[in-house]
Ligand binder design. Structure first.
Ligand code: HEM
Length: 480
């Protein structure tokens, strides 16, 4: 009788391989099961929704929104969660935002002088020029057609314009013709892909993302941004090296970010390559202009909804700036009420609503509860800023919460729009200066009221972004 296929000598190796794979799969399943049980045990002390029978809490992250928890979380050195970094890294490479460990420490040390008050001081004029360009546009629109306007697009181009000038003194005229400059259009597209709904469970991951439409486009964008910045860097090096030419810094009256990076590179040679330099410049433009645009848009929205606070800011600004023909660094520190309104807006609508880390070792909170290593923890800045145990009537816009007297009594980790600890925002003073200059000049020239037919809705993104733009009504003010 003919022997069956299983009994042939060829079948034996396949059979053994099959048994081996089955054993491996079984081992893996047991490992996963044990890990799941351990996680369930570790997370039991914390309040949580019921687990799904199959994927447990896979669709959720571990959120914290308590100042004592935030303090512990922010003063550790856990690496950033790979969710944001994956997209950012594939687009602009490794910059300060997505570096970790000793490399981050070294880079942070090199770049901090670039945000000293002396450097920021010189940016005030650059910022005012860009804001006035936007306001000229708005005034033209106000005098010719209905004053209701979508302003978020304008604000984003304005903050991009500022960042490009402060980063590498690039005059793109992007506020007048945004489609003319390839770097500008590419940056705008990169922001849309990178800050796409990153926390979505269904967002393509790993290799699938690489071959998705967005993944391929991100690769093209990355090449374009790198080519552009490479050229800018080479041109600047050439002009600095040419002793017969006058130094650009002297011509500009301010040191741009590229000047600072190039001197850091000159001092640190091999540890800071041209490719590192390109990544840093692109990271700053990307990280800086998106969050500032979100912050200014929200501030305008809150002041539109609260005309009494808008008027109080305007009176304060008129008292300091007169007709606003010029604006100086010293004048910014006199804007006390306006600063309180900016802070209250950052509290109610933090432009970076959450930040996350992957725990490299267990984390124990002051109440004794612990989280295991390997888990992704999200600090919900939004949750913290709306926590009713810290903020009375958290949904109400009340700038007086930030008066000296009221702030003194509050936990120092209750208000964290720029995060805190070693990985806090390096651009926070830059952003505050930009917000003050922008709101001061806007309020001197225009009155802002809400457009009741178009309420503000946010997209759940890494950086807050209005889903359908920001629609407000603008009225040109006559000079007093
Ligand atoms: C209102 C505007 C801004 C807000 C609300 C904001 C908020 C933040 C937050 C919350 C972080 C911490 C992120 C994390 O830990 O994952 C951060 C980091 C950072 N921000 Fe900002 N930011 C703003 C403007 C800017 C600007 C204008 C720049 C650059 C010019 C900038 C550059 C950076 C960089 C480089 C980091 C990473 C710092 C590090 O990890 O050492 N930001 N920002």
């Amino acid at each position: 009788m003919e022997s069956s296929w299983l009994e042939t000598r060829w079948a034996r190796p396949f059979y053994l391989a099959f048994v081996f794979c089955l054993a491996l799969a079984l081992l893996q399943a047991i490992k996963l099961y044990l890990r799941r049980q351990r996680l369930l045990r570790d997370l039991r002390p914390f309040p949580a929704p019921p687990t799904h029978w199959f994927y447990g809490h896979q669709k959720a992250f571990f959120y914290i929104y308590d100042p004592d928890y935030a303090k512990i979380f922010l003063n550790r050195t856990d690496p950033k969660s790979t969710h944001l970094c994956k997209f950012l890294t594939s687009c602009v490479g490794k910059g300060l935002v997505n570096l970790d460990g000793p490399k981050w420490f070294q880079r942070h040390h090199l770049l901090t002088p670039g945000f000293s008050f002396n450097i920021l001081k010189s940016y005030v004029e650059v910022m005012a020029y860009s804001v006035n360009t936007m306001l000229d546009k708005w005034e033209k629109i106000c005098s010719t057609q209905d004053a209701a306007l979508e302003v978020f697009e304008h604000i984003s181009l304005m903050t991009l314009d500022i960042l490009m000038k402060c980063a590498f003194s690039w005059e793109t005229n992007c506020q007048i013709n945004s489609t003319q400059d390839l770097y500008v259009t590419t940056m705008v597209e990169a922001s849309k892909i990178i800050f796409y709904d990153l926390y979505s469970f269904f967002h393509p991951q790993g290799i699938i993302f690489k071959f998705s439409h967005e993944g391929c486009r991100l690769q093209e964008i990355s090449n374009m941004l790198h080519q552009y910045t490479e050229k800018v860097i080479q041109d600047r090096k050439k002009s600095l090296g040419d002793e017969n030419k006058q130094d650009n810094t002297q011509k500009r009256n301010y040191q741009d970010f590229l000047d600072i990076l190039l001197s850091a590179q000159a001092e640190n040679g091999d540890s800071f390559s041209d490719s590192d330099l390109q990544s840093e410049v692109n990271t700053f433009v990307l990280a800086g202009h998106n969050s500032s645009a979100g912050a200014l848009a929200c501030l305008l929205y809150h002041l539109a909804l609260n005309p009494e606070h808008q008027e109080r800011c305007r009176e304060e600004i008129r008292g300091i700036l007169g007709d606003g023909a010029s604006i100086t660094w010293e004048q910014l520190s006199e804007m006390n009420y306006t600063t309180m309104c900016i802070k209250e807006s950052l509290r109610l609508t933090p432009p970076v609503p959450s930040i996350s880390r992957e725990l490299s070792k267990p984390m124990t909170f002051p109440d004794g509860h612990s989280l295991p290593a390997g888990i992704t923890v999200v600090l919900s800045i939004w949750g913290l800023h709306h926590n009713p145990t810290i903020w009375e009537h958290p949904k109400v816009f009340d700038p007086l919460r930030f008066s000296q007297k009221n702030s003194d009594q509050r936990h120092p980790y209750s208000f964290l729009p720029f995060s805190a600890g070693p990985r806090s925002c390096i651009g926070q003073h830059f952003a505050m200066v930009e917000l003050k200059v922008a709101i001061a000049l806007i309020l001197l020239r225009l009155r802002v009221t809400p457009d009741p037919s178009r309420p503000l809705v946010f997209l759940p993104q890494t950086v807050l972004k209005p889903q359908h733009g920001l629609h407000v009504c603008l009225k040109k003010l006559t000079k007093c």
